[in-house]
Design a protein around this ligand. Structure first.
Ligand code: ZN
Length: 225
């Protein structure tokens, strides 16, 4: 029996790397899809390439040129990445780092690739517990897009194409614990919204990540060299 094939949306961050290791652990033959969309630094994409190369999985990289995405502080270099408290991060407000329709775009690109290579699943790493209130990271959104993909692709109609979000209901602490169990090379992952040699420690992503590692009692090799 040939193993099932999964397209893993892979940014090189903690969550998507844990997703990739999760899918491999489940027996999927994985191909990664990394989307550049003009984010202010290439550090994350470099991390993705490094980890995928280390695993020897097939990589797909695409670059989008959507000028309007610069309305997000994650893209627009004239904007400042917010430095807010953990309470504010998880308050449900949508912060300036929100990228318009990002997961809708990513899932559409992943669906096209999955359809073309006859994949069985798309795996993505949204999380609705410790997150910044992005509307495209919710269970309802993913379930609905999953239905649309199954109605609107050849693979979906003829075979079925699962959209899996294994981290959706996990806290960041649980994601770190799962990653540790699966052998995720944390030191190679990059979550910080800012570029540079070391994570900034001040953006939403750094703060959520730091709390997850602290509560899980796991050392974050990307911060503590
Ligand atoms: Zn940061």
């Amino acid at each position: 029996m040939t193993s099932k094939k999964a397209i893993v949306l892979f940014s090189g961050g903690l969550d998507s790397t844990t997703c990739l290791y999760w899918a491999l652990d489940k027996g999927y033959t994985c191909e990664t899809l990394t989307v550049s969309y003009g984010q202010r630094h290439a550090r994350e994409v470099q991390a993705a390439q490094q980890i995928a190369s280390k695993l020897g999985v097939k990589q797909h990289s695409v670059a989008l040129n959507f000028p309007w995405l610069s309305t997000s502080s994650l893209v627009g270099k004239d904007q400042v990445i917010p430095d807010q408290s953990l309470a504010d991060i998880t308050s449900g407000q949508i912060p300036s780092t929100y990228v318009p329709g990002r997961n809708l775009i990513f899932l559409s690109v992943a669906a096209s690739l999955a359809d073309a290579v006859s994949a069985d699943a798309i795996v993505a790493g949204p999380n609705a517990i410790d997150f910044s209130g992005y509307p495209d990271c919710t269970p309802a959104f993913f379930e609905t897009v999953g239905k649309a993909i199954n109605l609107g692709t050849k693979r979906g109609v003829q075979h079925g194409l699962e959209v899996l979000a294994p981290l959706m209901h996990l806290s960041k602490t649980d994601i770190v614990k799962l990653g540790a169990k699966l052998g995720v090379p944390f030191e190679l992952t990059w979550s910080c919204y800012n570029g540079g040699d070391t994570p900034c420690g001040h953006c939403d992503s750094c703060k959520l990540r730091a709390r997850g590692f602290a509560e899980a009692g796991v050392k974050d090799g990307s911060v503590e060299k």
